[in-house]
Design a binder for this molecule. Structure first.
Ligand SMILES: *Cc1c(COP(=O)(O)O)cnc(C)c1O
Length: 362
């Protein structure tokens, strides 16, 4: 018997589309008539070649990436990218700009500083507990890249538009909003996303790099820490995270079949987020923590009048089959993560719960 599934508002690892989980379940013991599980197949087999090439191709189609781009899968999550980016792209005498919009940006900055790289934090919203996205973003002439976090998972903010950099490539942590909206890829040199928010299981990071940007990278690095190693071997220099890549391919196929394009995916995400923000804005009980123009469509963060009520809210929601609503331990409060896979049914259930909780406790 299948246990009852909850409405899953976890921030990450997060809900995956049910049809994807069912597909994995159905083919788990016998992948494509191979007589083996996807977790038992050689990464050097034609079976797996088809899996990785399919995932890469679907990523290219959705993001409209031509062959001036690499699509890579690297282990170590988004956090390893924090270290690999400055390692690969900041040589002697070179510098980069970082925009600090939250916990993850702060970690990315720290990893560059640990390596004694020269970087500037050119804009920050730390003065207001990262509750907004800075408007004025100066660029350092000659900077190799400008690093941003497109969606701030913990603080519930996002870049609605991307900064003007005068041609300096943006390097972007898109862990919590990749494939949630169309992107002006001409502005980027490298984008990366840990899979466990919008793509698949944790442990895999999808990285896309512009080929001419990669050509400027440092070469004198350990093989596993160089993007060129992954680019030269279709991400299979060593054993790749096979199951993660397989799942990512299925998730991208699901986006294509259900929505077709990222414009349509974005419209669905806007619709879902608006439902929850409307509840918050229409109430004197809930208080959104992000400035309105900076609000995330993926992570809806809010407070209740007291911490006790917040605890009760999370506990009562769970009793009603809604999980993952506790805010990140560093900020408290509540957070509903509604990534691509969050269904309208889940969002409507939460809306109704929020409305009745306010009536009973407000
Ligand atoms: C979750 C998250 C990370 C960390 O990802 P790991 O895969 O755990 O390293 C980094 N950046 C953002 C924006 C995230 O949401």
């Amino acid at each position: 018997m299948t246990a009852q599934r909850i409405h899953n508002f976890n921030a990450g690892p997060a809900a995956l589309p049910l049809p994807v989980l069912e597909k994995i379940q159905a083919s788990f013991l016998n992948f494509n008539d191979s007589g083996m599980s996807i977790t038992e197949i050689s990464h050097r087999s034609s079976h797996f070649d088809a899996v990785i090439n399919d995932a890469v191709e679907r990523a290219r189609q959705l993001l409209k990436l031509d062959d001036t781009w690499h699509v890579l899968f690297i282990q170590g999550g988004a956090s390893l990218q924090f270290a690999m980016i400055p390692m690969n792209f900041l040589g002697q005498g070179q510098t980069a700009d970082y925009i600090n919009t939250g916990t993850w940006s702060t970690k990315a900055i720290k990893e560059a500083q640990i390596q004694k790289k020269t970087i500037q934090v050119t804009a920050s919203s730390e003065d207001k507990n990262f509750s907004y996205i800075p408007e004025a973003i100066p660029c350092t002439p000659g900077a190799r890249y400008v690093h941003i976090t497109t969606n701030n998972t913990i603080k519930g903010t996002r870049f609605a538009q991307f900064p003007e950099t005068g041609g300096i490539p943006l390097v972007a942590d898109m862990s919590s909003d990749i494939f949630s909206r169309p992107l002006p890829m001409e502005k980027f040199g490298l984008i990366y996303a840990g899979a466990q928010k919008n793509l698949g299981p944790s442990g895999t990071c999808m990285v896309s790099i512009k080929k001419d940007f990669l050509e400027t990278a440092e070469d004198d690095l350990p093989s596993m820490l160089k993007y060129s190693t992954y680019a030269a071997k279709n991400s299979m220099y060593n054993t790749p995270p096979c199951f993660g890549i397989y799942t990512i391919g299925l998730v991208l196929k699901w986006i294509q079949e259900q929505f077709g394009t990222l414009e349509k995916m974005a419209a669905f995400n806007e619709q879902k987020a608006a439902i929850l923000y409307d509840v918050i804005d229409g109430s004197g009980f809930y208080r959104g923590t992000a400035r309105k123009d900076s609000r995330s469509l993926m992570n809806v963060t809010f407070r209740l009048p007291t911490e006790e009520l917040e605890k009760k809210f999370v506990a009562d929601a769970l009793k009603k089959g809604m999980g993952g609503l506790k805010g990140h331990r560093s900020v408290g409060g509540c957070r509903a993560s509604i990534y691509n896979a969050a269904t309208m049914e889940s969002v409507m259930a939460l809306k109704e719960f929020m409305t009745s909780f306010e009536k009973e406790n407000g």
